[in-house]
Design a protein around this ligand. Structure first.
Ligand SMILES: [Fe+2]
Length: 437
């Protein structure tokens, strides 16, 4: 098998994995549920269904293949920049059957195109980039659809086995030490990395300590019990104003019934104390960290803890090394519908000793979403560039509902600091050097 054949096989596998997941998420509910808006924060599921097909047509059939548009008249309906999510239910969207038919039609033509594509002609096809981008895009919408499922009210429709319990019973230290010094952040070589992960550049990070695992429900409940939501000392001015306005008292989907209960995909159960906390905003994460006498890690600290190998001096693709994620090293890919207990996945530990940096919960960092030095927008400004600025905070590491194809040690996610319908948790840090403590 040539390298091109192997790449073709990988692309076909990733595209069909994404479509299988899309199909699952949109066939476990009925048609009325597909067209309903479950939250003003989210699109109706049927919008995502046709949008992924439309983007696949735009980038693969039209840009790579040079083919004539199939339905140019629907392009504006599925342009995420033309219509905010809250307005999408009012659009003359394709009905569920039509959306599925369109997706099927596009995919059939993409598979024909894939057979003919050489992977060294243009920047879009180099290393299969555009195909990888589209597989990631569909999986990112699957993650968004999973968030819509979590917001949906009604009997549970999704099920999955619980994550495996930690396989080692050792008591982990609360924090790990990451020595100071330069490391390589970002990538110039990862073929399917998106523009905001590029280019690789050296960053000097002072020594710091990082929580070994994400912050747990029990730790977060202690913050609540200690009056953390009622003490403005722990909150930024913006965070406190938001906490007051929105009436925040606990993570989203938590409710007090004599004990904390969390609703997860329609199932209400007492919180699991040692499970990473989920569905907290950046403001809540930041307030918790101050209450704990700590702070959120910077994005550079997070990536150094996750990738830097102090023995070789190089940055790994993932905390555990360079091989792709497997079920033994990280909780990714919606195999489970919740994070694994803190301390799970010893085989996925970073050289620093930190665990679960990849998978389980997205982790808020203290950093604004900004371009790396030498950034150039590719292949379109609306992927990242229009979002750069202080209004968005960076999240790292992916969550249980993130596909491995859309998760790397360099992968950057971003959102508003008030958002908490995303699968976000966090861990905390502290500086090691006295002058920066
Ligand atoms: Fe999209």
């Amino acid at each position: 098998m040539t390298d091109n054949d192997a790449l073709r096989e990988r692309i076909a596998g990733e595209l069909s994995a994404a479509r299988d997941r899309t199909t699952y998420l949109t066939t476990v509910v009925d048609e009325a549920d597909l067209v309903r808006q479950h939250s003003p924060l989210m699109s109706p599921l049927v919008w995502d269904l046709a949008h992924v097909a439309n983007q696949e047509e735009l980038w693969l059939l039209r840009e790579v293949g040079g083919l004539t548009p199939i339905h140019p008249e629907i392009d504006p309906l599925y342009d995420a920049f033309e219509h905010p999510r809250s307005k999408r239910p009012t659009l003359p969207l394709l009905a569920p059957g039509e959306a599925r038919g369109y997706g099927h039609d596009v995919r059939g033509r993409v598979m024909d195109l894939l057979e003919k594509t050489r992977f060294d002609g243009t920047r879009l096809t180099d290393g299969g980039f555009a195909f990888g981008m589209i597989a990631q895009h569909e999986q990112q919408h699957d993650e968004t659809m999973l968030a819509t499922h979590q917001l949906r009210v009604g009997p549970p429709v999704l099920s999955a086995p619980p994550p495996p319990a930690p396989s080692d019973a050792v008591t982990l230290p609360a924090e790990v030490f990451v020595p100071g010094g330069p490391f390589t952040m970002g990538t110039s070589t990862e073929p399917w990395a998106l523009d905001n992960e590029r280019p690789a550049h050296v960053v000097d990070v002072p020594p710091f300590y990082l929580d070994t695992t994400p912050v747990t429900n029990a730790a977060y409940a202690a913050f609540i019990a200690d009056g953390g939501y009622d003490d403005p000392r722990w909150w930024t001015a913006d965070g406190w104003a938001h906490r007051q306005r929105a009436g925040l008292e606990a993570p989203l989907f938590w409710r007090w019934e004599g004990e904390w209960v969390r609703v997860s995909f329609g199932v209400a159960l007492p919180i699991i104390p040692n499970e990473p906390v989920l569905h907290v905003s950046w403001y809540e994460a930041d307030a918790y960290a101050r209450w704990a006498g700590r702070r959120l890690p910077t994005e550079a600290e997070w990536e150094k803890a996750a990738r830097h190998d102090p023995v070789s001096g190089r940055s790994r693709r993932y905390p555990w090394g360079d091989f792709e994620p497997t079920p033994e090293v990280a909780n990714l890919g919606q195999r489970h519908l919740r994070p694994a207990l803190a301390g799970s996945y010893p085989l996925g530990a970073a050289p620093s000793g930190a665990r679960q940096l990849i998978g389980d919960v997205w982790e808020w960092t203290s950093s604004d979403f900004l371009p790396y030095p030498g950034f150039t927008a590719w292949p379109y400004k609306e992927y990242s560039e229009v979002f750069f600025g202080p209004e968005y905070k960076v999240l790292r590491g992916g969550a249980f509902g993130v596909s491995p194809v859309a998760c790397r040690g360099t992968f950057r996610n971003w959102d508003y600091p008030i958002r908490r319908q995303i699968f976000a948790g966090f861990r905390t840090a502290r500086s090691a050097s006295l002058e920066t403590a």
